[in-house]
Each structure stands twice: as structure tokens, then as C-alpha cells.
Design a protein around this ligand. Structure first.
Ligand code: NAP
Ligand code: MG
Length: 498
């Protein structure tokens, strides 16, 4: 194995990276049962930054057994809602106290700019733990009015679904862990979470903070390993009551199949091909900057990236030129360089995938208005890319690229149903943005677009209170807000004859 090569610009995360890494199972830090490890690399250079345990089915079995014990009348079942809230709030404080270190881990592991992790990923994760800490004491049922003859007292209880398996992706490693852990723990579930193989470092540091916060053993188990082994063991496990997954639509379908064995509950947050729609009356400066940020934020590695850009023909040329101009000026470089605005893609695999999409777009007749190539010859950097002259049937328009590539198309219609049809011409339904000064039109389009989120004159606005998730093949269920608690609770109707 190569020697570990750490970026000299690291100021906070060096000590953690240099440690011998362990998974959190049943309140203890352990190696994989097999003793195997795998390499974690810096996508800006391709060099090794750490080795972590390669957890597989044997480790998942141990973690699920521990989570089962903690849930079934064990340590977690006896913890009061208020104490669950306190523990989550404590974890939020600990994440906040270690914000710079965690932001550096995100940057060196995922490639994203340190400054972005520091102001976006980390504060959103802290806020998610705090928001869900508040919900722990507010998960209630209701009393019901029956119409049957006779007198009854009926009420509902909202109870934790049980042992939850959680499988997360690499695009916002710590934030995805927070989106998953916080509501499950607030609801009283116990958890086995698997980090993405490309980005396990912040989850392992979070595991230390979970211990420091004082969660009882077995309540939170955090594993590193591969999807095909550890991930599949979680989604197929007979003692897991529910699996929550974020990632590709393709793997989401495998999760559903694996879950069928014991009919575990499933929630899925999957891919997208989200439209940004610019109407002729929009504030064009804001719309152009917004459309560019919709696709280039996080290097386009967002499930809700605005990857299809529709501009009215009256403003189309100006919009494409404006977005292309922004793309050309984005400073691409290593995430730890303070001048960097966009880092590398997460892995060689994603680099190959995104560049092959760009090549396919070119071959099928798209014109490259900006970017289209790689940056440098080290690491996985791709230029922010604008493809125009794209048509609805092209692969680049239909499939999720998950990189900094936007496909622009003009529209001539003023009919809202026709505009919505174009926006809805996709198997996905995660998000959309509409840019216009006309509030009535904005809200009419919001009703016509079939997606879980519609942003008006903004894109990529997230808050712990806002439910997020997909229509159609973008998923099942919602993350965040009060809504996510439905993912982690069962409803019980209790009726007494009086
Ligand atoms: P992925 O394969 O769907 O990975 C997401 C998570 O699922 C990872 O933790 C992965 O583990 C795990 N996994 C993979 N195969 C599994 C299986 N058979 N059973 C259970 N878990 C499994 O996504 P990817 O390969 O990293 O990226 C491929 C494409 O997915 C991207 O280009 C993008 O289009 C899409 N994607 C979407 C999102 C999103 O937020 N919607 C996020 C990431 C990727 P490993 O990491 O060990 O494979
Ligand atoms: Mg994969």
C-alpha cells in the first residue's frame, strides 16, 4: 500500500487522520472482524490519506445485534424523550466545537472547498441535530372520535419503528449522516449506519463525538465498508426493521428488493434531473447567478442539482452566455486551497462517468458553451461545463450526470402547462426552480411541477424544517422537517370499550 500523504495545509484534521481507525459497534471502537481495511484517498491528488476497516456482513450482524439489544427493552427504550433530546443537543454542540476539523475532513476526503464545508455542510448538520433534539419531546398521537354504537376511548401512539439501517452517499458525508441519525434517534430508534466507501472519515470522527456525548452502547453503530457487502447485509438483514437509503436510483431499487425478505420499511432519497426554468420577466442577473449556482454548487454532485436549464427564447442567449461566463471564471482547485471555488470530483470512477457523459453530449450534437474538459492532469478535476443545443431525447438531458454539467434548452411557450410538461419530462421528481417576477405565475408553476421541492427565485435552499424528497423515481418518503418522523415511527391505535 502507498504511504499516507497528507496535505500540508491541514491545520485541524491531521491528528485524527493519522490515527488507527475503528468502527463504532456496541459502544466500542473495533476493527473489522475480518481484520481487513481499505484505502481512502484525496481526490485532489489521488494519494492515500487513511486506511479504514472494511466492515462486512459479520460486522453488520454484530452491530444489528447490539442495536436490537439497545432497542428491545434495553438501554435506549428506557431513556426519556427529554434525555434523547439532550443527547442530540450535546452531539450538536460537540460537532460545532469541532467544526474546523470536520470541515477539513470533508474537504480532504470529498474534495469540496474547506470554506464551503465550513459554512454549509457543517452548520446544516449542527442545525439538524438541534432541530431534531426539539422534536424528541413532541412526537405524539391523538385521541379519536369513533362513530360506532357504544362508548370507546381510542387514541394513537406514535412509536419508534425499531432498529434502523442507514446507508449514505459521499456528496455531503457528514450532513447525510446528520439527516439520517438525528430523526431516527429523536424518534427513539437505534441505528446501524454505513458511510460511503469514498468518504468515511467524518463519519468515523462523528462516531467519537457520539461516544463523547454519552449515547448508551448499541444505540448508534457506525460502520465503514462497501455497498455490495456491508450495505447489502444491512438492507437484507432480518433483524433490521427499517432501512433508510440515499444514493442512486439504481441501488435504491436493489435496496427495495433486499428489504422484501422481512418486508422492512424503506425510505429512499434518490437521483434527480432537476429543471431550472427562467421566464422572460425574471430578474436576469439573479436568475443567471442562481442557475449557475444550481448546477455548480458542490461540483454538481447534488441530487437536486439544476442540471436542466430551460430559458425562454427571449432571454435564452443572454442566459446561456451569462452562465457560461460564470462557469469559465470559477476557480477550480484543491479544496484546501483558500482560493478554490470548486474542487475535484469525488473519485476516479465519477471522473470517468462525468467525462464520458460530456463526450456523449458532444457526439450527439450538443455545443459546448463553456468547459468540457479536465483541469490539470492530477486528481479528478472537471471544468464547469455548459452544454447548449441539447434536445429532450439526449442521454445528457435524460440521465443524472452528477457532475458540473448543465444542459440548456430554449422554450417558446408562454403556456404554463406546456412549460410544466417540459419540466416534468423525466423519470425523476426531486426538485425544480422557477425564476420570474410574477408571483402568480411562480405559484401556478409550483403546483404543476411534479417534484418534492420547488424553489421560486432560488435553488438549493435547505433548512432542517423543510421536508425534502422525491416524486416518481426520486424516492420514497421525506427527509427533514416534521415529515421525516413518519419514516421512523409506527402508529398504533389503542381502543378501550368503556
Ligand atoms: P450508490 O452506489 O448508490 O451509493 C450510495 C450508497 O449505497 C453508498 O453507501 C454505497 O456503498 C451503498 N451501496 C452501493 N451498492 C449497494 C448495495 N447493493 N446494497 C446496499 N448499499 C449499497 O452511488 P455511487 O456509486 O456512489 O454513485 C453513483 C451515482 O449515484 C452517481 O453518479 C449519482 O448519479 C448517484 N448518486 C446520487 C446521490 C443522491 O444523493 N441522490 C448520491 C450519490 C450518488 P459504497 O459507497 O461502498 O458503494
Ligand atoms: Mg456505487
Amino acid at each position: 500500500m502507498d504511504a499516507i500523504a497528507l496535505d500540508p495545509r491541514l491545520r485541524h484534521a491531521g491528528a485524527f487522520l493519522a490515527k488507527s481507525h475503528r468502527m463504532l459497534i456496541d459502544g466500542k471502537f473495533v476493527a473489522a472482524a475480518s481484520g481487513k481495511t481499505f484505502a481512502v484517498t484525496n481526490p485532489a491528488t489521488g494519494t492515500l490519506i487513511a486506511s479504514v476497516p472494511e466492515g462486512d456482513k459479520a460486522d453488520v450482524d454484530l452491530a444489528v445485534a447490539a442495536a436490537r439489544r439497545a432497542f428491545d427493552g434495553g438501554s435506549w427504550a428506557k431513556v426519556s424523550p427529554s434525555e434523547r433530546g439532550r443527547l442530540l443537543w450535546k452531539l450538536a454542540d460537540l460537532v460545532e466545537q469541532n467544526l474546523e476539523e470536520l470541515a477539513e475532513l470533508e474537504s480532504i476526503d470529498n474534495g469540496k472547498p474547506y470554506a464551503v464545508a465550513r459554512v454549509a455542510d457543517l452548520p446544516l448538520a449542527v442545525d439538524m441535530f438541534r432541530y431534531m433534539a426539539g422534536w424528541a419531546t413532541k412526537i405524539t398521537g391523538s385521541t379519536l372520535a369513533l362513530s360506532l354504537p357504544g362508548e370507546y376511548l381510542s387514541y394513537t401512539l406514535r412509536e419508534p419503528v425499531g432498529v434502523v439501517g442507514q446507508i449514505i452517499p459521499w456528496n455531503f458525508p457528514l450532513l447525510m449522516a446528520a439527516w439520517k441519525l438525528a430523526p431516527a434517534l429523536a424518534a427513539g430508534c437505534t441505528v446501524v449506519l454505513k458511510a460511503a466507501e469514498q468518504t468515511p472519515m467524518s463519519a468515523l470522527r462523528l462516531a467519537e463525538l457520539v461516544q463523547e456525548a454519552g449515547f448508551p452502547p448499541g444505540v448508534v453503530n457506525i460502520l465503514t465498508g462497501f455497498g455490495e457487502t456491508a450495505g447489502a447485509a444491512i438492507s437484507g438483514h432480518p433483524d433490521v426493521d427499517k432501512v433508510a437509503f440515499t444514493g442512486s436510483t439504481e441501488v435504491g431499487k436493489l435496496i427495495v428488493q433486499a428489504a422484501a425478505g422481512n418486508l422492512k420499511k424503506v425510505s429512499l432519497e434518490l437521483g434527480g434531473k432537476s429543471p431550472a426554468i427562467i421566464l422572460p420577466d425574471a430578474d436576469l442577473d439573479a436568475a443567471i447567478a442562481g442557475a449557475a449556482s444550481a448546477i455548480f454548487f458542490n461540483h454538481g454532485q447534488c441530487c437536486c442539482a439544476g442540471s436542466r436549464l430551460y430559458a425562454h427564447k427571449a432571454v435564452y442567449d443572454k442566459v446561456v452566455a451569462g452562465v457560461a461566463d460564470i462557469a469559465a471564471k470559477i476557480k477550480v482547485g484543491p479544496g484546501l486551497d483558500p482560493a478554490t471555488e470548486m474542487g475535484p470530483l469525488v473519485s476516479d470512477e465519477q471522473f470517468a462517468r462525468v467525462t464520458s457523459f460530456i463526450a456523449d453530449g458532444r457526439e450527439s450534437g450538443a455545443r459546448v458553451a463553456a468547459g468540457g474538459g479536465r483541469v490539470g492532469n492530477l486528481g479528478y478535476f472537471v471544468q464547469p461545463t455548459v452544454l447548449e443545443n441539447t434536445t429532450p431525447d439526449m442521454k445528457v438531458v435524460r440521465e443524472e450526470i452528477f457532475g458540473p454539467v448543465v444542459c440548456a434548452q430554449p422554450f417558446g411557450d408562454d403556456d404554463l402547462d406546456a412549460i410544466a410538461r417540459q419540466a416534468n419530462d423525466t423519470i425523476y421528481g426531486l426538485a425544480a426552480s422557477v425564476w420570474t417576477r410574477n408571483g402568480g405565475i411562480a405559484h401556478k408553476l409550483a403546483r404543476r411541477i411534479r417534484s418534492g421541492t420547488v424553489w421560486l427565485n432560488c435553488h438549493n435552499v435547505f433548512d432542517a424544517s423543510l421536508p425534502f424528497g422525491g416524486y416518481k423515481q426520486s424516492g420514497w418518503g421525506r427527509e427533514m422537517g416534521e415529515e421525516v418522523l413518519h419514516n421512523y415511527t409506527e402508529v398504533k391505535a389503542v381502543t378501550q370499550a368503556l
